[in-house]
Design a protein around this ligand. Structure first.
Ligand code: AMP
Ligand code: MG
Length: 337
């Protein structure tokens, strides 16, 4: 199959929407990362997403909508808090887990009786959804296990020959996947941190907890609230270790433990000054780090890095999302100095 790269003019977006209506899988830009979209109501179309990604069948997909009226078509028993979140953060990078109606096939929800719903803010994504007239199931458009794609080229590298088209909407603005939340005991449980932070959610309710799976490694047989949390994720081929230390201690550690095949993931070009070591700058603050992390992880592979030491991001605000992804890329290897 030839994979076409489409631009964001109206004609191309209408073509992308027509592919979706025919039950095909299309790579689409969103503000978080690129998604592999298909008709969420068509179990065969959705099966092709799992096939293209090599994704485990029990890892549910997020369903994307472009207008709030679809909320109640797809879900029921929606708590008042969910409407408050929608008003505050939609369109935007927040996914809510809610009870699913029967029109959503079990294949989409990974066999669960709930479904993740999100209304993206990216204009191109919204137009494609609107033109298709469908709710669009879309996981990140990477091969399962590898870093999520933040450019159309990343998608092309993973999906060339596997899907008919990718819409090139430029670099993803946020760069990490949506915040995933569930509602319980009149409060919010964060299942996956994202750009909408715990601090943002605390503006809506003072009852916000972070699920254990966000920062801890779960074994494959653990029963988890969010199946995606137990799988290997975001992994470059290099062996990544997070160095949780101040700059001086980080530099000392690098000096003693690196060789010619080591690459550092740093905040500033000056971090490794004078150390004669290869580095990738993944951003000076949490917002930049979110934008660049996945590209940096892919670059490690491009340059053939065998070992990588990463400076440890902040563990609050958007930084928690960056830390959560980097932890998985590092297979939870952290050295605290
Ligand atoms: P991705 O589509 O690759 O961004 O991953 C979607 C994430 O949302 C995974 O971690 C899923 O486990 C999680 N998710 C999607 N739907 C549900 C659901 N119904 N219940 C719990 N977690 C979900
Ligand atoms: Mg993913």
């Amino acid at each position: 199959m030839e994979t076409k790269l489409l631009q964001t003019d109206d004609e191309s977006l209408k073509y992308a929407a027509s592919l979706l209506r025919e039950g095909k899988v299309v790579g689409i830009p969103t503000e978080t990362v690129y998604g592999l979209g298909a008709n969420a109501l068509d179990e065969f179309a959705v099966k092709d997403i799992f096939k293209a990604k090599g994704r485990p069948q029990d890892n549910p997909l997020i369903v994307h909508i472009a207008d709030i009226s679809k909320f109640e078509v797809l879900c029921y028993d929606i708590p008042a808090l969910a409407y408050k979140c929608a008003e505050a953060f939609w369109p935007g990078p927040l996914t809510m887990i809610l009870k699913k109606r029967d029109i959503i096939p079990d294949t989409t929800s990974g066999g669960l009786d709930t479904v993740g719903i999100r209304m993206p803010s990216n204009k191109t994504a919204r137009k494609i959804i609107e033109y298709s007239g469908l709710p669009i199931a879309a996981p990140s458009a990477n091969l399962s296990g590898s870093p999520s794609p933040t450019t159309a080229m990343h998608v092309f590298k993973d999906m060339n020959g596997r899907i008919p088209a990718i819409v090139d909407g430029g670099m993803s603005a946020v760069g990490v996947e949506s915040t995933v939340i569930a509602f319980e005991n009149d409060g919010i449980r964060i299942l996956r941190p994202g750009f909408i932070s715990r601090e943002d959610l605390l503006e809506i309710t003072d009852n916000v907890i972070i699920d254990k799976g966000v920062l801890e490694q779960l074994s494959a047989d653990t029963v988890v609230r969010s199946p995606g949390m137990k799988y290997r994720h975001y992994s470059p081929r290099a062996d990544v270790t997070i160095i949780d230390a101040d700059l001086d201690k980080f530099r000392e550690y690098i000096k003693e433990n690196s060789d010619s095949s080591t690459v550092c993931l740093v905040f500033n070009d000056s971090d490794t000054e004078g150390l004669n070591i290869k580095y990738i700058n993944y951003g000076a603050d949490s917002t930049q780090q979110a934008q660049r992390l996945f590209d940096a992880l892919r670059e490690l592979d491009d340059i053939g890095a065998k070992k990588a030491f990463a400076r440890c991001p902040e563990k609050s605000g958007v930084g928690l999302a960056v830390y959560n992804r980097l932890l998985r890329a590092a297979g939870f290897q952290v050295i605290k100095l």
